[in-house]
Design a protein around this ligand. Sequence first.
Ligand code: SAM
Length: 253
Amino acid sequence: MSAPDHPSDKNAQDQSSKQSLWHANILTLFPEMFPGTLGLSLSGRALERGIWSLEAIDIRAFTEDRHKTVDDTPFGGGAGMVMRPDIIEKAVRSITRKGKMIYMSPRGKPLTQEKVAELAALPALTILCGRYEGVDQRVLDACDFEEISIGDYVLSGGEPAAIILMDACIRLLPTVMGNEETPYEESFSNGLLEYPHYTRPADWTDAKGVVRSVPDVLKSGHHEHIKTWRMQESLRLTHERRPDLIERLKKEV
Ligand code: SAM
């Protein structure tokens, strides 16, 4: 799917004063979890600059009963509770700048760097964070939520998963990363894991007395040799750790 282009980096600051480049609505039972870690460091500075914006919407505010009930027992029996479709739909309808609808879910498609780039290029997302056993299927269908998983394990709620997804998107927004950081040579950007990094001191003696030196090629100043070494290391690590990525690349060529 092709996504609309972002305004150029040059215009980013102007745009942010009117409307952020990228907006996330979070549907949650725990709005106080946001922005959480996203309020710090790179994403925090970008939030302050208005590059992205966030609205954490308390699903419980859309209940009408005295107890503010958001869940009920599952039809068909079984353990746990399920979040009600009518309450979630009301919360969805309250959002004006909805954008793409996402439900964080362990049974969703695994989040990849490719997907992150696709989502970062959109102007807005609405992210539903489940709790309990999850969400009634009918509201997922009715509101066209795409299910996305952050990995093959089960969290107690979708909020940490939403924060991970957002963090990965925000760092790709124009002007968020400084010149010293670049997304173009990172793990997954070319389908491979990234090569190892080294910095000073060139020779370092660890606590066990072992002298650990930076590979000579990286100190040679020979750009072509460095590029080749990095590609070889990238391939070696990917073969060792993620043979599935190598298989995927083979299928693509
Ligand atoms: N009963 C669900 C299942 O087996 O698929 C798990 C529900 S989990 C306890 C509660 C919520 O945490 C989910 O509705 C989802 O929003 C979130 N969640 C848990 N694991 C996740 C994962 N790996 N990726 C994304 N969201 C996750």
